[in-house]
Design a protein around this ligand. Structure first.
Ligand code: C2E
Ligand code: MG
Ligand code: MG
Length: 523
């Protein structure tokens, strides 16, 4: 039973560990896969390159042979010329035979000597620039063998068709072509047929079709084009070392990541537990940041900002713990604590008049009647007017329009002012703002800080001010830190309110009261 409860408690950790290992292995498997394919493509390219180079070398050898025979200064098909051709064939690595032709007739060859009767040569498969090519013509040496025949200037060469095919580690498939750029025609010289278009071969880019990777490559100097090909399956099968090494590394990486995630999860859980306890004990405190009239500099109110120190006495940012409470679904507990404390701490100042406070509320508060009921109850028992408590909600928290519109309307009917906080950071359009029917907007500090910097967002500020003016909305400018920023907004419109470090950082209730007593100091 105990074992079962321990296992249940460790379920999230176990889940994180499995997720981490799964993700690590999956990720590295994908990386190994990509690396192997890249390697496979590079190998195909190298092979195609070697084939092309061999084809080019063969072309050079052909030209030299044709050149040698046409300049042998020996009578056509004479015994000395036949002897010269025999000697050439004997020393050539790839030429099997050399013959001499005239007017489409073959007269003699190194292999058979002078023909008793001249023989007609076969029609070429490719004829370009005086060069004729026969991919499979009858050999001169023996009538039964076929060869690759090149003919130019009355010299006919029979080539060894394997001349460019015998390399080490060949890919599964490779095919040779001759590409006539003038007529854009492609003739296959050897190898299996490939499903690539003429353009695809000429472009020389890798192509994958039906699970086979093709690497075409054409020579820059000759008609030679080669295509090396291998199935994706065979390429991946060649990467065994990657597929064992990488996932092991990936699993270790996954364990490390899961460990970090588990630590983070524990920290969050511990933070959440501490936060819940602090809320239960009412251990959160409130800081108040002055809001001033920009024209006169007089403090007209303050924003109540919640503060919390964790067990170690470290202040946790409200953005962080408020989101934790939002995710946990108990942020309204914070709101209720803040409103109770703030009204309690500020009741005397608020009752004296000319001073208002605003409280931050969230989407959850808009749906939770208990928060507003408590607000009215606290206001009544402190003998205050609802007008001295304003409520700030961000654009994000108004995403459920119907709920937001009803709650805002209820709050305003009850006599509160409603503000849209951090205005400009959301996506609310003018008509949306109109429909929400709020009293004021608080221009987000990110806009304030761009004033005078030439940033694009700075150009939005006059538009926001104009829009607010047209909708009859009060404006609070947040985050004023410099005199230049204050000056800019002072010139931009009368009656704006401001909040920021220039006028005061958030302070305790006691300090806030002291500041209000001294409120004329910004005059
Ligand atoms: P907010 O409502 O927009 O509050 C203004 C924030 O800007 C405050 O940060 C304030 O200290 C800071 N600030 C004011 N003037 C300046 C300035 O001149 N320069 C700069 N750089 N910052 C300035 P804080 O107190 O850290 O609060 C952060 C956010 O946490 C608040 O943004 C609000 O969204 C949330 N928050 C704070 N208190 C509560 C609360 O009681 N309830 C809820 N739901 N959210 C709260
Ligand atoms: Mg606020
Ligand atoms: Mg704000």
């Amino acid at each position: 039973m105990k074992l079962f409860s321990v296992a249940r408690r460790l379920l999230p950790e176990f889940g994180l560990l499995l997720c981490g290992i799964g993700m690590g292995v999956g990720l590295t498997y994908m990386i190994a896969h990509a690396i192997r394919l890249q390697e496979g493509r590079a190998e195909l390219k190298t092979y195609a390159q070697r084939l092309v180079e061999a084809g080019d070398e063969l072309g050079v050898e052909n030209n030299q042979a044709i050149d040698a025979v046409t300049h042998d200064n020996l009578p056509f098909c004479s015994e000395p010329e036949i002897a010269f051709m025999r000697d050439y064939v004997f020393h050539s690595p790839h030429i099997r035979d050399i013959g001499r032709t005239k007017g489409g007739m073959l007269y003699c060859s190194a292999g058979v000597g002078k023909l008793a009767q001249p023989e007609a040569t076969s029609a070429p498969d490719i004829a370009t620039g005086g060069l004729k090519l026969n991919l499979r013509a009858k050999s001169l040496i023996s009538a039964n063998t076929m060869g690759f025949v090149v003919e130019k200037y009355g010299v006919m060469l029979i080539l060894n068709p394997e001349a460019i095919q015998n390399f080490e580690d060949p890919p599964k498939y490779f095919s040779g072509f001759l590409f006539d750029r003038l007529s854009q025609s492609l003739k296959q010289t050897f190898g299996p047929a490939i499903p690539l278009s003429v353009d695809e071969v000429a472009e020389g880019e890798p192509v994958e079709r039906n699970g086979i990777l093709y690497q075409p490559l054409c020579s820059q100097t000759s008609m030679v084009c080669q295509v090396a090909a291998e199935s994706r399956e065979d390429v991946l099968a060649g990467g065994g070392y990657l597929f064992t090494g990488f996932p092991i590394g990936g699993a270790l990486l996954g364990i490390a990541l899961a460990w970090i995630a588990i630590l983070y999860y524990h920290r969050q859980r511990s933070m959440e537990r501490q936060l819940r306890r602090a809320i239960r004990k009412g251990a959160l405190t409130i800081a108040y940041q002055p809001v001033v009239n920009l024209d006169t500099g007089i403090i007209v109110g303050a924003e109540a900002l919640v503060r919390w120190e964790d067990r170690s006495g470290k202040a946790v940012k409200p953005d962080i713990f408020v989101s934790i409470a939002e995710e946990g679904g108990y942020v309204s507990d914070i709101t209720r604590l803040v409103l109770r404390k703030a009204i309690n701490e500020m009741a005397d100042l608020l009752a004296a008049g000319n001073f208002k406070i605003t409280l931050n509320i969230t989407a959850e508060d808009l749906r939770d009647r208990r928060t507003f009921d408590l607000l009215e109850q606290c206001i009544r028992s402190a003998g205050l007017s609802p007008a001295c408590i304003g409520l700030e909600l961000t654009e994000r928290s108004t995403s459920d329009q119907a709920v937001a519109i009803r709650a805002i309307s209820d709050l305003r009917l009850a006599g509160h002012r409603v503000y849209i906080d951090d205005f400009g950071t959301g996506y609310s359009s003018l008509s949306y703002l109109h429909r929400l029917a709020v009293d004021a907007i608080k221009i987000d500090q990110s806009f304030t800080q761009t004033v005078g910097t030439g940033a694009v967002t700075a150009t939005v500020v006059p538009l926001i001010l104009k829009m607010a003016y047209e909708l009859g909305l009060m404006v609070v400018v947040e985050g004023i830190e410099t005199n230049e920023q204050a000056e800019y907004f002072r010139k931009a419109g009368a009656g704006l309110l401001a909040q920021g470090y220039l006028y005061g950082k958030p302070v305790s209730a006691a300090q806030m009261k002291w500041l209000v007593l001294d409120r004329d100091r910004f005059k």
